[in-house]
Design a protein around this ligand. Structure first.
Ligand code: SF4
Ligand code: SF4
Length: 318
C-alpha cells in the first residue's frame, strides 16, 4: 500500500486549539465479521487485536473522573469485543451517551442476534455506514450481499423503535465513492429518506456525509491513480475558515485498542499520537488523574478534508 504521510507532512494547515474534551472515540479492536476491501484498519474475522480488560477499566475510570459526556465505539465490529455489553452498561450507569458504529450485518450473525435489543434497552445510539441506497453500489464497496443484510438489520432496528423514537437514535453515514466532495447533506438525507421509506419502509434520524480523507487505502488509491495532487487541490480550494471553529478534534480524544491517545481517528490511522513531553505516546493512564496537557491539535495536510465545503466530522457536515 502506498503511503501519503510524507506528502501530507509538507502541507501546512492553520493552528487548531483543543477545548474541553467531551467525547472519547474508542477503537475496541480489529475483529470484524466483514472484510471490506476499503477498510482503513484492515479488520476481519481473524484479527486478534482487542482492548484488554485493564484498559477497559481505565476507560471507565477516565469517563467518570473527566466527566466525559459521549463514548463513541468503533472497531472492527465493536459488538464483537467480549466486554462490549459490560462497557456499555457501566458507561450508561455513569450517565454517558454511548454511540455504536455498527456495520449492521453483525446484528444478523449467530451469537450477536441479541445485540440490537440489548442496545435498545440501553439507549445506545447506532451510527451505520450505508454508502448508497442502491444495492449495486453498496455491494461494490462493502462486499456481495451486504446491502440486503444492511436493509434487514435496519428493519430489525426500526421494529425496536430505532429511527422512530427520539431516544433510539439511528443515523446513517455516507461517504463519496471517489475523489469528490460529498453532496449537500440535507438534500442527500431527503433522498435517502424518501427512497428507503418507499422501497423498504425504513426510517432513520439523520444522514451524516463524511469527506474522504487522503490517507490509508483511499490515499494509496489516489497515489496509484496519480490523483493525489488534484484531490488535495480540491480540498484546499474548498477551504472554509469558519469550519475551523467546529472541528471534532477540538473536543474529542481518539483512543486506540491499546489505550494510546490521538486527536482523532484519522490521526490514529497515521500513528500521529498525542505525546508526553519526553515524546512518548500519551496513554489513558496519563490522563485519568492529571490534565491532558496538550493544547494544540496535531494537524497535517489531510486536515483539509475536514474544512472543505460544508465541513466534515464523524457526526457529518459541520
Ligand atoms: S465493516 Fe467496517 S471495520 Fe469491518 S471490515 Fe468493513 S470497514 Fe472494516
Ligand atoms: S483530520 Fe480533521 S479531525 Fe483530525 S486532526 Fe485534522 S482537522 Fe482535526
Amino acid at each position: 500500500m502506498l503511503n501519503t504521510f510524507e506528502k501530507l507532512k509538507s502541507i501546512s494547515f492553520p493552528k487548531v486549539m483543543k477545548k474541553d474534551i467531551d467525547t472519547l472515540q474508542v477503537n475496541l479492536g480489529y475483529r470484524c465479521n466483514q472484510r471490506c476491501v476499503h477498510c482503513h484498519v484492515n479488520a476481519g474475522p481473524t484479527r486478534k487485536e482487542e482492548m484488554s480488560a485493564d484498559v477497559i477499566e481505565l476507560l471507565l475510570q477516565t469517563l467518570a473522573k473527566r466527566k466525559i459526556k459521549v463514548l463513541d465505539l468503533t472497531g472492527g465490529a465493536p459488538e464483537m469485543h467480549p466486554q462490549f455489553c459490560y462497557l456499555v452498561k457501566k458507561a450508561r450507569q455513569l450517565g454517558v451517551h454511548v454511540i455504536d458504529r455498527c456495520n449492521l450485518s453483525i446484528l444478523l450473525e449467530d451469537g450477536y442476534k441479541h445485540m440490537a435489543e440489548f442496545m435498545a434497552q440501553h439507549q445506545v445510539e447506532v451510527v451505520a455506514s450505508l454508502p448508497c441506497y442502491l444495492e449495486e453500489n453498496v455491494d461494490k464497496q462493502r462486499g456481495d450481499g451486504i446491502f440486503i443484510k444492511s436493509i434487514s438489520a435496519l428493519q430489525i432496528l426500526n421494529t425496536l423503535g430505532y429511527g422512530r423514537d427520539e431516544d433510539l437514535k439511528l443515523n446513517l453515514v455516507y461517504n463519496p465513492q471517489g475523489a469528490q466532495l460529498p453532496p449537500a447533506q440535507a438534500e442527500l438525507e431527503a433522498s435517502y429518506k424518501d427512497i428507503l421509506k418507499e422501497r423498504y419502509d425504513i426510517d432513520f434520524h439523520q444522514l451524516f456525509t463524511i469527506t474522504n480523507v487522503p490517507i490509508q487505502r483511499f490515499g494509496s488509491t489516489l497515489l496509484s491513480q496519480n490523483k493525489f495532487n488534484a484531490y488535495m487541490d480540491l480540498l484546499q480550494k474548498s477551504f472554509v475558515a469558519e469550519n475551523l471553529h467546529h472541528l471534532m478534534c477540538r473536543s474529542l480524544l481518539s483512543v486506540d485498542w491499546q489505550g494510546y491517545l490521538y486527536d482523532c481517528d484519522f490521526n490514529q490511522m497515521l500513528d500521529l499520537a498525542i505525546e508526553n513531553k519526553n515524546k512518548t505516546k500519551k496513554h489513558l493512564r496519563d490522563i485519568v488523574n492529571s490534565d491532558l496537557d496538550h493544547n494544540s491539535v496535531r494537524v497535517l495536510g489531510h486536515c483539509y478534508a475536514c474544512t472543505a465545503g460544508q465541513g466534515s466530522s464523524c457526526g457529518g457536515a459541520l
